[in-house]
Design a binder for this molecule. Structure first.
Ligand code: NAD
Length: 481
C-alpha cells in the first residue's frame, strides 16, 4: 500500500463537525490515502482571547502537512476578531482561489442548466494590497498593485489546472482598455504564458462585457482567470447563478500550502440536527485529493456523489417533490454516497481526473534584464484654488531654468492645462507632469525641482517617477492629452 499523506483537518463550528465527519468517512471509504491531524480553529479559539481564531500550535501542523481541509467556522459578533480566512490566506501566501461553479439541473434549480465554469482568482494583489491614503481634504487613494510574478503564478496555475482537469479553454478577464499598465500587464502575461499551452484554447474579454456574457450565457466559458477584485465579485455571481452556492467547494492554493473548504458558512441554526448537506465540503475535499495527486480517489468520490444526486437522494436544502426520491440527513447522505462508490452518473456528466497525478507546481520565468530610465516626474499637488491656468503659469514660473519642463496638468486624470476646457470639474488634487527632454534624469534633479515648487509655496502631496522600460513609456497619458 502506498504511503499516507498527512493532512491538517479543522472541524470548525456549527454544522462543521457533522459535515467534516461525513466528508472524511466518504473519502476514506473511497480509499483516500490520507492521515488526518486535527487542529482547533474558530469560535472557541476566538473566545479564549485569540483574535486570529487559530491556535499558535496549529500553524506548526499546517506548515508541516501543507494541506488544510477546513470546515466553516463562526466568527463571533462584535469587533476585534480578525477573519481567519484572510489571516490564513495572507500568512500562507495562498495566491490562487479556485471555485468551480456547476449547475446540477434538474436536481438543483438554475436558469443555466449547462453551466460548468471554474473561476480562478488571483488572491494576494490588486486593490487588496490594502494600501490606502487620504491625500487632500477631497481625495482618497487606493493603490492597485499588479506584479509580473503574481500574474505569472495565477495565469500558469490556470493553464496547468485546465490540463489537469481536462478543460478545453482558458479565458482571461481584465479592463486593460482603461488600465493599460496594471490590467495590461496581467493580459500581457496571459498571452505570454498562454503561448506555452497550444493545446488549450484561450481568449481575452474586457471584464464588463465578459461579466455580462458570463451572467447571460455561462455555458460558453470553461476556466476564467482574473485579477483579485473582479474575481471576488464574479466568483460569487457565478456560484449564485449556477444555483449551487450550498454545494460549492473552493480551494486556496499557495506555493507551499493549500486550503480546501465549502463556500457556505457554519449555519449555526442547523447545527447538531443531522440536517446539513456535506456536499460543499466534500467537493472541497475532492479538489484536495486532486491536489495531493490522488485523482483516482477524487474521481471515484465525485462520480459517486453525482450518482447520489441524480438518484434523488437529497438533504433538506435541495429536496424537491417530484424530483427527489428520498429526504435524508447528513449521515444517511454520506451512507448513500458510500453505497454508490465505483458508480458513475448517467444523466449528469461524469468527471475524469485521470490526469491528476501530482500537485500543480508553478515555476516563475527567469527575470529578464530590462533597461530602466526615469524621464520625468508626476508631482501631485494639493491646491484649493480651482484655476488650472493660474496653477500652470505659477508652476512654469517657479520651475524656470530646471531641466524638467511642465508638460501638462490633469485633475482626476483629465487634462486641464494647457488648453483645458472650462467645463471640466476640478477637485483639490492635481497631477503636474514634468518631463526631461534629454531623457534619463538623476533623482537629484527631481529633488531640486521639488525644492523649487515647494519654495514657491505649492503643497506637494506625493510624486511618481515617469519611467521607460526598454525604451517604452510605462505611465498613463492624461485623458485629452
Ligand atoms: P451560512 O452559509 O452559514 O448560511 C446561509 C443559509 O444557508 C442558512 O439558511 C443555512 O442554514 C444554509 N446552509 C448553509 N450551509 C448549509 C449546508 N451545508 N446544508 C444545509 N443548509 C446550509 O451563512 P450565514 O448564516 O451568513 O453565516 C453563519 C456563520 O458562518 C457566520 O458566523 C459567518 O461568519 C460564518 N461563515 C463562515 C465561513 C467560513 O468559515 N468559510 C463562510 C461564510 C460564513
Amino acid at each position: 500500500m502506498s504511503e499516507l499523506t498527512p493532512i491538517t483537518v479543522a472541524y470548525g463550528d456549527g454544522i462543521g463537525p457533522e459535515i467534516m465527519e461525513a466528508t472524511l468517512r466518504i473519502i476514506e471509504a473511497a480509499g483516500a490515502r490520507i492521515k488526518p491531524e486535527v487542529i482547533e480553529i474558530g469560535e472557541k479559539v476566538y473566545l479564549s482571547g485569540n483574535t486570529a481564531g487559530i491556535a499558535e500550535s496549529a500553524w506548526e501542523s499546517l506548515r508541516r502537512t501543507k494541506v488544510f481541509l477546513k470546515a466553516p467556522i463562526t466568527t463571533p459578533q462584535g469587533g476585534g476578531f480578525k477573519s481567519l480566512n484572510v489571516t490564513t490566506r495572507k500568512m500562507l501566501g495562498l495566491f490562487a482561489n479556485i471555485r468551480p461553479c456547476v449547475s446540477y439541473a434538474p436536481y438543483v434549480d438554475t436558469k443555466h442548466p449547462k453551466m460548468d465554469v471554474v473561476i480562478i482568482r488571483e488572491n494576494e494583489e490588486d486593490l487588496y494590497a490594502g494600501i490606502e491614503h487620504q491625500q487632500t481634504p477631497e481625495v482618497v487613494q487606493c493603490l492597485k498593485l499588479i506584479t509580473r510574478p503574481g500574474s505569472e503564478k495565477i495565469v500558469r496555475y490556470a493553464f496547468e489546472y485546465a490540463r489537469q482537469y481536462g478543460r478545453k479553454k482558458v479565458t482571461c478577464f481584465t479592463k486593460d482598455n482603461i488600465m493599460k499598465q496594471t490590467d495590461g500587464l496581467f493580459h500581457k502575461v496571459f498571452d505570454e504564458i498562454g503561448a506555452e499551452y497550444p493545446d488549450i484554447e484561450q481568449e481575452h474579454w474586457i471584464i464588463d462585457i465578459g461579466a455580462a456574457k458570463m451572467a447571460d450565457t455561462p455555458e460558453i466559458f470553461d476556466v476564467i482567470v482574473m485579477p483579485n477584485l473582479y474575481g471576488d465579485v464574479l466568483s460569487d455571481v457565478a456560484a449564485q447563478i449556477a444555483g449551487s452556492v450550498g454545494l460549492a467547494g473552493s480551494a486556496n492554493i499557495g506555493a507551499e500550502v493549500a486550503m480546501f473548504e465549502a463556500i457556505h458558512g457554519s449555519a449555526p441554526r442547523r447545527a447538531g440536527q443531522n440536517l446539513a448537506n456535506p456536499s460543499g465540503l466534500l467537493l472541497g475535499a475532492v479538489q484536495m485529493l486532486v491536489h495531493i495527486g490522488q485523482g483516482d480517489v477524487a474521481e471515484k468520490v465525485h462520480n459517486a456523489w453525482l450518482k447520489t444526486l441524480e438518484d434523488g437522494v437529497h438533504t433538506y436544502d435541495i429536496f424537491k417533490e417530484n424530483v427527489s426520491t428520498e429526504k435524508v440527513g447528513t449521515k444517511e447522505f454520506a451512507d448513500a454516497v458510500i453505497a454508490r462508490m465505483g458508480q458513475k452518473p448517467t444523466k449528469l456528466n461524469p468527471v475524469d481526473y485521470s490526469q491528476a497525478k501530482e500537485a500543480i507546481k508553478v515555476q516563475l520565468k527567469p527575470v529578464k534584464p530590462v533597461k530602466m530610465e526615469t524621464i520625468g516626474v508626476d508631482v501631485f499637488l494639493y491646491c484649493d484654488d480651482r484655476d488650472a491656468n493660474k496653477l500652470g503659469k505659477g508652476l512654469e514660473a517657479a520651475t524656470a531654468g530646471s531641466n524638467l519642463e511642465l508638460t501638462m496638468i490633469t485633475n482626476r486624470g483629465v487634462k486641464v492645462y494647457p488648453n483645458g476646457l472650462p467645463e471640466t470639474f476640478c477637485t483639490d488634487h492635481w497631477r503636474c507632469r514634468f518631463k526631461n527632454k534629454n531623457g534619463d534624469t538623476p533623482y537629484k534633479d527631481i529633488l531640486a525641482l521639488q525644492t523649487k515648487i515647494t519654495e514657491a509655496g505649492f503643497d506637494i502631496i506625493k510624486t511618481e517617477n515617469l519611467c521607460r522600460f526598454d525604451g517604452e513609456d510605462a505611465f498613463s497619458a492624461g485623458q485629452g492629452a
